[in-house]
Design a protein around this ligand. Structure first.
Ligand SMILES: *Cc1c(COP(=O)(O)O)cnc(C)c1O
Length: 251
C-alpha cells in the first residue's frame, strides 16, 4: 500500500481517479460475469464495449491502461480525435462507431473504425464497403433494429431486417456480424428482457434463412443483466464506467 501523504497532490488526484475507474470497471465486469453465470452462459461469452462519448481521450487512456480494449463512440469528429490521441496504441485498440451516421461522413468511419453497430440502410452499407481501405480487414457491421417500433427512433424496422441483411451480407468489404438495438428504457427488469428477447429471436430467424450472425449488441448501464440473460455478446456501457455525462451531446 503506498503512502498517499508522501505524494504531491496532483499525483494523489490521479490515483483517486484511476482507482475510481478501476472500481467501476471491475464492478461492470463482475455484473456481466454474474449475469452470464445466472444464464448458464460461458464466462467471457459477453464482451464489454466501453462507451466513451463525451469523455476525454485521457479517460480512454486510463481505462486502456487498466486493460480495456474495446471503445465505442457516437460522434465522428469526437471519435476521430480520440483515435488520433491514442494512435500509438492503435494496434491494441478496437474502435466501434455506435451513433447515427450520415452518409456524407461514412468515409472517415470506414477508414478509421473497426466496427459500426449502427448501420440501418443499404445506401450507408454500400458506401462503407466501397470506402473501406483495401489494406484493412473488412469493416465489422451490425444492423441497428428499431426493436421497440418507436416512430422517432433510428434503426431498420424488424419486418425489413431480412431483406437488408441479405443485401449487406453480399458487400465485399463488410463483414455482417449481427444486430444492435437501443430499446425504449424501462426500470422493470422483467419488461427489460422483452426487446432483447425479440432481437435474439430476430437473429435466430435470420440465421434460419441462411445468414451467419454471431453478434447481438444490446444492453447498457441500466439493463445489461437483462441483455446478457437474452444472449447479448456486446453490452455497451458508458455511465456505469465513466459516470454521468454532463455534456448535452451525451443526453
Ligand atoms: C450512450 C450510449 C450507450 C451507453 O449508455 P449508458 O446508459 O451510459 O451505459 C450505449 N449505446 C449507445 C448507442 C449509446 O449512444
Amino acid at each position: 500500500m503506498f503512502n498517499v501523504y508522501s505524494r504531491p497532490f496532483d499525483a494523489l488526484g490521479f490515483e483517486l481517479i484511476m482507482s475510481g475507474l478501476l472500481a467501476n470497471w471491475q464492478a461492470v465486469l463482475q455484473r456481466i460475469r454474474v449475469a452470464e453465470t445466472a444464464a448458464q452462459r460461458r464466462n467471457g461469452s459477453c464482451s464489454l464495449l466501453a462507451v466513451s462519448k463525451t469523455f476525454p481521450a485521457s479517460a480512454v487512456a486510463e481505462l486502456f491502461a487498466l486493460g480495456q480494449r474495446d471503445f465505442g463512440e457516437n460522434y465522428v469528429q469526437e471519435g476521430l480525435q480520440k483515435i488520433e490521441a491514442l494512435a500509438k496504441h492503435r494496434n491494441q485498440l478496437v474502435w466501434h462507431f455506435i451513433g447515427p451516421l450520415q452518409s456524407n461522413k461514412s468515409r472517415l468511419v470506414a477508414e478509421c473504425f473497426d466496427w459500426v453497430h449502427s448501420v440501418d440502410r443499404l445506401k450507408l452499407a454500400e458506401r462503407l464497403s466501397a470506402q473501406r481501405p483495401m489494406q484493412l480487414p473488412p469493416l465489422q457491421v451490425c444492423l441497428q433494429v428499431n426493436i421497440s417500433n418507436e416512430p422517432t427512433k433510428a434503426g431498420v424496422n424488424p419486418s425489413e431486417v431480412l431483406e437488408l441483411a441479405k443485401a449487406v451480407a453480399q458487400l465485399p468489404r463488410i463483414k455482417l456480424r449481427g444486430l444492435m438495438a437501443i430499446p425504449a428504457p424501462t426500470d422493470d427488469p422483467i419488461r427489460q428482457r422483452a426487446p432483447h428477447s425479440a432481437l435474439r429471436m430476430l437473429q435466430e430467424q435470420l440465421n434460419s434463412q441462411g445468414l451467419e450472425l454471431d453478434t447481438l449488441s444490446m444492453g447498457m448501464s441500466s439493463d445489461l443483466e437483462a441483455a446478457v440473460a437474452e444472449g447479448a455478446t456486446w453490452v455497451r456501457v458508458g455511465t456505469a464506467l465513466f459516470g454521468e455525462r454532463t455534456s448535452h451531446k451525451g443526453a
